[in-house]
Every structure is written in structure tokens, then in C-alpha cells.
Design a protein around this ligand. Structure first.
Ligand code: SF4
Length: 262
């Protein structure tokens, strides 16, 4: 397979197809690197890329560990979404690791820590690897609905990947959607990938940075009530602070033991 110049955009998919084919021919189990990685590790920083752009008020309730509403009901759909994301994230990481040591690919790491001290953004990158010596971050997002190559990446996903690129000072990364994908020329589907190669964006970073500054202002004084910016469709229905939010209670009103950080 021909090598491309180190920083030129390239597609992972032809390499993955070839690796699986070669392994099948060699009788190797393609999911031999599957690892659910259930180990909990301490992640530095205050703001998590996975929820930085979700509801501001819920971000502060979570940060202050505000008591949850009494009547919080277990949400099986939310739990199932979490399990699906974890499972398909591990599936994607296992398939990507098949490239390790082939065609210039190396140094695969799952769930490595990314931390930008200045903005206090900290989180776990799904996968990082090197291609011809150049390091890339991969952010994996699972989908239940069919995925297509021309699908538009979601803004929150681009922001999250860009935050990892900023923290790691890297020029490019991959956003990978994993889900049911039609096999070209057939009516059959398989669990496969759609990849979006993203270059680091200063503009997206400014948006993330400004968000951390806004949240930090509320963090300094728990009597301040952050805006309720949650989505009424996919955040509020399962929010454990819904009643407190509707009553307009600040973290300090929920927990008088909190101190002002001004
Ligand atoms: S109910 Fe909605 S708006 Fe209120 S804190 Fe929860 S997610 Fe945010």
C-alpha cells in the first residue's frame, strides 16, 4: 500500500478493510484487541469535553455535586445509550488497533488523558495513534440510525475533537461515527465507520475557551445561577436536577455548605 506524505489527509478505511482481510486470511481474530476498559482513572481539569457544550446549569450542578432531585427516576434509555456508546467505542478502538505496526501506523493508545491547564479542560481521548510519525486523535461517536459517508458531523462532536487537538497541540484528528452502514450495491448493512478528518480550528477553540470562561464565572460563586441551556428533547427529560432547575435554585441554595471562590 503506497505511503502518503506525513501531514496529507488520508483515509483510515482502506487500511482497515485491508487489515481485516489480511487477518482473516491469516486466521487471526479481528477483535483480539477488544477491551471494555472499565477501569476508572482520575482525569485532571474541571471542564469535560464530553459535556462542556451541554447545559450550563447542569454543568455547575454536577461540578458542585449538588444534591439530585428526590424523585429522579432511573432512565433505561439513557443507560442503554451509555452502554451502546461504551461498547461501540471499544469495538472501534479494537478495529483501529489492527493497524498498529502496519503501513506506517504505530503507538496506538486507548482512553489516554488530555488536559489543557490554561482552560482547565480535561478528558479521555478515545484513541491516539501515529501515522508515519505524525500523531492523530480519534473521537468515536456511536449511532443507532444508519450512517452515510456524506453525513454532516455534529457541532458538539467537532468541538470535542478540537478541544483534544488543542490540548495535545496537534494539527489533525478523526471524528469516527460507528453504526449500521449499507454495503455499496447491496441491501445489506454492516457495523462500520464513517470518518471525518478534521484540522485544528482556532475558531472552534475560541468558542470552547469562551464557554469555559463563562462557566468559570459561575463556578466562582455558587449563589450564581447559570443559564438553563439544556435541550428540552435530549437533556432535560433525564436531568437529575430538573425540579431544582425549574424552581431556579442555585447550587448554594441546594447545598448551603458551599463556599464562594471569589
Ligand atoms: S432541566 Fe434542563 S435546563 Fe435545567 S439543569 Fe437540567 S438540563 Fe439544564
Amino acid at each position: 500500500m503506497s505511503l502518503v506524505s506525513p501531514t496529507a489527509p488520508f483515509s483510515l478505511l482502506p487500511y482497515l478493510e485491508r487489515a481485516i482481510e489480511d487477518d482473516a486470511a491469516a486466521g487471526l481474530q479481528p477483535l483480539r484487541f477488544f477491551n471494555l476498559d472499565l477501569e476508572r482513572v482520575a482525569v485532571p481539569g474541571v471542564w469535560r469535553p464530553s459535556r462542556l457544550h451541554r447545559c450550563m446549569r447542569a454543568n455547575l450542578y454536577k461540578l458542585f455535586d449538588s444534591p439530585r432531585d428526590e424523585h429522579v427516576t432511573f432512565d433505561p434509555v439513557q443507560q442503554n445509550n451509555f452502554m451502546r456508546g461504551h461498547l461501540l467505542g471499544a469495538y472501534a478502538a479494537a478495529v483501529l488497533r489492527l493497524l498498529d505496526g502496519r503501513w506506517g501506523f504505530s503507538d496506538f493508545v486507548d482512553e489516554g488523558i488530555a488536559h489543557d491547564e490554561a482552560s482547565s479542560i480535561g478528558g479521555k481521548k478515545d484513541v491516539t495513534f501515529r501515522k508515519d510519525g505524525v500523531k492523530y486523535v480519534v473521537e468515536v461517536k456511536s449511532k443507532l440510525a444508519d450512517i452515510q459517508d456524506d453525513m454532516k458531523p455534529e457541532k458538539d462532536h467537532l468541538l470535542q475533537l478540537n478541544e483534544y487537538l488543542h490540548a495535545e497541540k496537534l494539527p489533525m484528528g478523526f471524528l469516527i461515527y460507528v453504526g449500521p452502514k449499507l454495503v455499496p450495491g447491496t441491501k445489506m448493512k454492516r457495523l462500520w465507520f464513517v470518518e471525518k478528518l478534521q484540522r485544528y480550528s482556532r475558531e472552534l477553540w475560541e468558542e470552547s475557551h469562551s464557554r469555559t470562561l463563562q462557566l468559570t464565572w459561575f463556578r466562582r460563586d455558587p449563589s450564581r445561577l447559570a443559564p438553563a441551556t439544556g435541550s428540552r428533547w435530549n437533556e432535560c427529560p433525564t436531568c437529575p436536577w430538573r425540579e431544582s432547575c425549574e424552581r431556579g435554585l442555585s447550587p448554594l441554595q441546594l447545598d448551603s455548605g458551599l463556599s464562594v471562590l471569589l
